[in-house]
Structure formats: structure tokens, C-alpha cells
Design a protein around this ligand. Sequence first.
Ligand code: SF4
Length: 248
Amino acid sequence: MPLSVIPQGNLPAEFSQRYQAVSGLSTIDFIETLFGDEALFGPVAAVSSFGAESAALLHLIASVAPDAPVLFIDTGFHFSETLRYRDQLVSQFGLSSVKTIQLDPLSEKRSDPSGKLHAIDPDACCALRKLSVLQRALTPYSGWVAGQKRFHSHERSRIDRLEWDADQSKWKFNPLADWSASDLMRYQTQHQLPAHPLAAAGFTSIGCAPCTTAVGVGEDVRAGRWRGTQKRECGLHRPADLIVVSGS
Ligand code: SF4
């Protein structure tokens, strides 16, 4: 299908060429290309929350590149179930380069000494405990892989498998962008992937404990995040500085 790119910022000159190079690939071939061919995008890391839907992408990565770098942001507020689930998946899938990253103690003491910033200013808390930590950890990489899918929410309905984050000057990859909830369920069942321990209790999107609730029937997958506020995203997944439209 023809590709229409509407740049809203400074796209790399090679964007369209790179987009075309990967647009026809299957999900698994796309992932293998990201981690196996540095000539195309440079060194790339995956970022995982080890949440309710993380197992599928991690399993796909492990099947073609078990030594791929995977970053886990430990905000200090994760459910204990998430930390145990992280350890379980790492061990079961044989992922050999998972790195837990977190805010340094001095910055924490200076910017959130009471540990209550999440209740006062969640945007500032996410910026401190997630964004700043990830930005530092991504320094050696030219792009990062995330598990976002379009069906998650209205905010994510236009994501593409290849994006450009102009703010950070990095590639952003969403290999499962076009997966549906059924695709995900099928893959998890086919490969007998372990579920997050909180999934059975209605937690369909799992972040930090103070900012996550279970969801009810008919609600968005992410409706339990920052419930009761206007906040929908932590800021890691800023809209890419471009719009990519496949098709006419
Ligand atoms: S999700 Fe909540 S606790 Fe976690 S970093 Fe964001 S505001 Fe802070």
C-alpha cells in the first residue's frame, strides 16, 4: 500500500526508506530485524513494564534474540506481583539482558522526599520516576521497542509500528501496534504464556500500585490507570512527532 507521511517536525531523511524496508515484514521478522540488523536502525532496546500484556512481546523477542537488551523501569511503586512476574518471565523465556533501571537516591531525596509526589502531581512523578530514568538509560541506543497496541485506547488508536520521536531523536517501534485483543489472547494461549498474577482480578493494564485499579466490564483496557483524573498516559509514549498513514 502507498505510504503517506505527514511530517510535523524534523524527520530523518531516511524515514520513508526505513518504513518501506520493514512495512511488509511479519511481526516476528520485524522484531528479528530490529535486534539482528543494526545497519538499519542502530542499536535498539526493548522497554517492558512486565504488566498484564507484556508476556507476548517478550516471548517473541526471546524466540529470535534472547540476548536483546530489555529495560524495566522500577519506579519504587510496583506491585510485588509485578516484580515476581518479571523474575518469572526472565527465567522462563531465557532473557539474558534484562536490566532494571531506577531513579538515583539523591534525585529521589531532592525531588520527592516524602514519596507522595504521585498523589500531588502525577505528571511530575512520572516525569521523575519514569521519563528521566528511561531517557538516561536509552542514551546508548538509537531506538526503543514498546508493547503499545492500537486497541488500547483512543489515545493509541493511531500508533504505527515505526515512529520517530523527534524530542529524543530516537526511533520508536511498536511491533504489536496492529494486534487485536484476540490476536494477543491467541498468542498467549498457543504458547501457554503465564498470566500476570493480577490479571485474574481484573487488572488489564498494570502500572504503579497507587495509580492502578482493576477495570470493569466494557471499560477501556487502560481505564484503571490514574482513575478519577484526566491523566491517560505516563508520558513515555508521547505522540511521535509525525503522522504516518498507510493506505490511501
Ligand atoms: S504511575 Fe503513579 S507512582 Fe508511578 S511514576 Fe507515575 S505517578 Fe508516580
